[in-house]
Design a protein. Structure first.
Length: 278
């Protein structure tokens, strides 16, 4: 234990190479289950529109619009060459087929999350093998948060839209808990950028059909098997999640039914809760 020796520089080089090769392990970032299963965005950027719900004060909506632009800008500042998101013009409530960011008064109902410790949830919907649409639901209980806090929340939720899950690094913006307030300096970290960069590269190979990820090819097979299935009127899987809290029997039924729906229509994922610590 007390022997002293000089570690050759090449040793560090080898360690560095190994860490680089296994960068997923060396960082705290994580990928969402759907991304791990092979799902990906077919086209970038992801255009996002704030829902202009006139039942809120004008300022609450304009703060959200401002925060969305800032959040996109902050990711872009770190990686100017990667254009993942773009802020589009606002849309009226109940506009379908677009990616939205909205204040949600029925947050508990929409997400199944009781209590007000959750700030926001990102819902990703997919049509095999693509992530096809996202909704960022902002808990309206926090509608009066300062603009800068909204920016932090949205940076985090944007990460979820592309397949970043919660990081194990507590300083990361993708950490499950976000520190709010003027003294919080939580921001995009190296760990977050490593995650973004990993997704960018892997998404590129999936788009090009050159991915070496076996999950991606499994998913493509599933897509081919289901290519003749009619898509519309499959209902939604959200209701199952909402009411799926029964016993194991009902869970199984929900699960099987959910699988059927998943094959029929696509999949619905809602993950990405963030809590407040202070
Ligand atoms: Zn989250």
């Amino acid at each position: 234990m007390n022997s002293e020796y000089k570690t050759p520089g090449s040793f560090f080089l080898i360690v560095l190479v190994i860490l680089t090769l296994f960068s997923i392990k060396s960082f705290g970032f994580n990928l969402t289950d759907d991304f791990k299963e092979g799902f990906f965005w077919q086209n970038l950027p992801i255009n996002l529109s704030v829902v202009d719900d006139q039942s809120f004060e004008v300022e609450r909506i304009s703060n959200l619009e401002w925060a969305l632009e800032q959040a996109i800008a902050q990711w872009s500042l770190e990686a100017p060459q990667l254009e993942f998101w773009r802020a589009d013009a606002s849309v009226a409530p109940n506009t379908t087929g677009v990616n939205i960011v909205k204040w949600d008064r029925d947050f508990a109902l929409s997400t199944g999350l009781q209590g007000n410790q959750y700030l926001a949830v990102t819902v990703r919907r997919a049509v095999i093998p693509f992530i096809a649409q996202v909704e960022i639901l902002m808990n309206a209980y926090y509608v009066n948060l300062p603009k800068n806090d909204l920016v932090k929340i949205l940076i985090h939720e944007l990460g979820h839209t592309i397949g970043l899950d919660h990081s194990e690094d507590p300083s990361s913006i993708m950490s499950a808990a976000i520190r709010l307030g003027p003294y919080s300096n939580q921001s995009i970290q190296t760990d977050d950028m490593a995650g973004l960069s990993y997704i960018h590269t892997e998404m590129g190979s999936r788009q090009a059909g050159t991915s070496s990820d076996p999950a991606y090819w499994e998913l493509r097979k599933t897509q081919e098997q289901n290519s003749s299935t009619a898509l519309p009127s499959c209902g939604t899987i959200e209701d199952i999640n909402k009411h799926g809290g029964g016993g194991s029997g009902s869970f199984l039924i929900s699960f099987v039914f959910g699988l059927l729906l998943a094959f029929c229509f696509g999949k619905n994922f809602h993950l990405g809760l963030i809590k407040i610590i202070d």
